[in-house]
Design a protein around this ligand. Structure first.
Ligand code: ZN
Length: 319
């Protein structure tokens, strides 16, 4: 009970296989798109080994935009007619974009079980305000993992010019509740939102997956407008997460696609902006836990997320 992960129930709901198959068909497109993007964007171009899932180089933490030295003065340079602008690699490619990062759970939720068990409306039904999250067998809490990865991701996105908003940053006694987590993204009119998690599944279940919003409509929930762009965001993240971390898509759901679709998460049901969850690995598996507790790996995970978000935003879905 102390690590009730009821927000992420055991798998096997009806309808899953249909959804999974539909998602599976889309993944090769995402990976192909990633390769094309890499080919256009410079220094760490197409790399067959990485694309196949081999661990990326240890310099994954730093992928500075190429030719950024003159990037800031590009406008002044244009009249001279010299080097044409490289629209795929500006110095601050995410300038003007807003990204909401939602660090899953809260390290102090465990001290506020009454409050976080209060039901909130998630549109289609009610659900507890928040959950404690899981932990590794050695006691590294998911809620600390999510904050750490979120901080790393924020730094990378801000460096690329994005404005980053957190749903919480360890300053609250508990929560926020899942409905508020969604509302923060909506109020910010975020171009993209991501909820960072690690799973608490059975030992032997390994790998990461991205959770996409299902099409839900009911009460205050209507994901009609975000299902498509959220899937696009998720597919970008899967390809880049594989490349940066070397981790494989989950071996226990999603049939190897690294994608899952769920209708039971308030944080997705109530979102009006493109949003996905990432389960970076399984804290209850010893091999995954070894990665999740390694700061260097967490930096790679953040880089994969940042690259995926950047790839998604470059397509400028909000027009
Ligand atoms: Zn979680």
């Amino acid at each position: 009970m102390s690590y009730d992960e009821s927000q992420q129930p055991t798998r096997g709901r009806s309808g899953r296989s249909t959804l999974t198959l539909a998602v599976a068909a889309l993944v090769p497109t995402a990976v192909a798109g990633w390769l094309v993007w890499q080919g256009m964007s410079g220094p760490d171009g197409p790399d067959a080994a990485s694309a196949a899932g081999v661990a990326a180089s240890s310099s994954a933490a730093s992928t500075p935009a190429p030719s950024s030295a003159s990037g800031a003065r590009r406008d002044d340079d244009v009249p001279g007619g010299t080097a044409p602008a490289e629209p795929s690699a500006p110095a601050r490619p995410l300038a003007g974009k807003v990204v909401v990062i939602d660090p899953g759970h809260n390290p102090r939720n465990r001290d506020h079980t009454a409050e976080i068990n209060e039901p909130v409306d998630i549109g289609t039904t009610t659900k507890e305000c928040d959950t404690t999250g899981t932990s590794t067998d050695a006691g590294y809490p998911e809620a600390e993992f999510t904050l750490d990865v979120s901080h790393r991701l924020r730094d990378l996105l801000e460096k690329a010019g994005a404005r980053v908003i957190f749903t919480h940053d360890d300053e609250r006694p508990f929560g926020p509740c899942v409905d508020e987590r969604a509302r923060i993204g909506n109020t910010a009119k975020a171009d993209a939102a991501i909820s960072v998690h690690a799973d608490g599944s059975a030992s032997g279940n390994r790998g990461f997956h991205v959770i996409l919003p299902a099409l839900v409509k009911g009460g205050g929930a209507d994901t009609t407008a975000i299902v498509g762009p959220s899937r696009d965001l998720g597919e970008h993240i899967v390809g880049d997460f594989v490349r940066e971390t070397g981790s494989a898509p989950a071996n226990y759901l999603g049939e190897g696609t690294g994608l899952d679709v769920r209708a039971d998460l308030g944080g997705l049901n109530l979102s009006a902006v493109p949003k996905v969850f990432i389960e970076c690995g399984n804290m209850r598996d010893a091999s995954d836990a070894e990665l999740l507790t390694d700061a260097e790996w967490r930096q790679k995970a953040a880089q994969g997320l940042a690259d995926g978000i950047r790839g998604f935003l470059k397509k400028d879905h909000r027009n």
